[in-house]
Design a protein around this ligand. Sequence first.
Ligand code: GLY
Length: 318
Amino acid sequence: MQPILIVQGGAGDITDSRVPGKLTGIKNSIRIGIKILENGGSALDAVEQAVRSMELDENFNTGYGACLNTDGVAEVEASIMEGKNLKAGCVTLLHDIMHPISVARKVMEKTNHTFIGGEQAMNFARSQNFEVLPQGSLVTENAKLALEEFKESQAKGLDTIFSPTELDKKSVGELGETVGAVAIDVNGNIAVATSTGGITGKIPGRIGDTPILGCGTYADNEIGGVSTTGHGETIMRYNLAQRILQGIALKGVSSQKATEDTIKEMTQRLIGTAGAITIDKKGDVGIYFSSKRMAWAYTQGNQLIYGINPGEILKEDL
Ligand code: GLY
């Protein structure tokens, strides 16, 4: 089977000035991941490494550069899943850990559990020799600025995060630029990895869609894999990843149609915006977002195919 990797760098109201950084980062991520698959590596390794590169890059909302909660802390969360045995690992409420996706993988591989959160997840990370960085190491100037702007808008009575209404539509679209990767390897194994800092100005302890299976991440070799991004409160209420896969499994539609139709239906019903990347068991890809922008990329032969604006498909040599 021809291996495929697709990555996304977050759906949201990405300003023009942030576009070049997102595109450079997404191309870097896909190049790292596809090399693993082309050398016969596993889908699991490819998605983990693709996401790790975005966790290191401040252009993305996870790891270094993650959104801040109201206390100014970057609380990060992640999930990883492999579609052969439906094994998964999820973590939430980690702080000062650069690679939440790798902690999630350790939960999957080294424990009898699927989801660990909070200070016990920090202890688990320590037990697996993850470095706990000095307090505040993931916090960037841009993230601090975004929190200041959020607090100013709240002071003006514009709190829009938790209960979007028609009037709030634009603000909701600015939130939740989670990153993710979906791959199918030469053996037909599918894996998905998703990692995030959540949303700016979240209440400390708030958990989003990203570490929740069926919402932020899902992989099943018998159907496909999905990684989602966008407004977590909306995505988790809609079970977005699972609904996209059910579109493929039950309606028999293509990855693209299932991804597009499901996101459109979600935004129509719940207003919040999102994006998703999908690969079905045949290796067909689906990409869609209802937000203003979402950086995405995949490869075909020696071509890198990518975009960030609605309807945009750009190509260059890998
Ligand atoms: N999708 C990221 C979040 O809202 O937590």
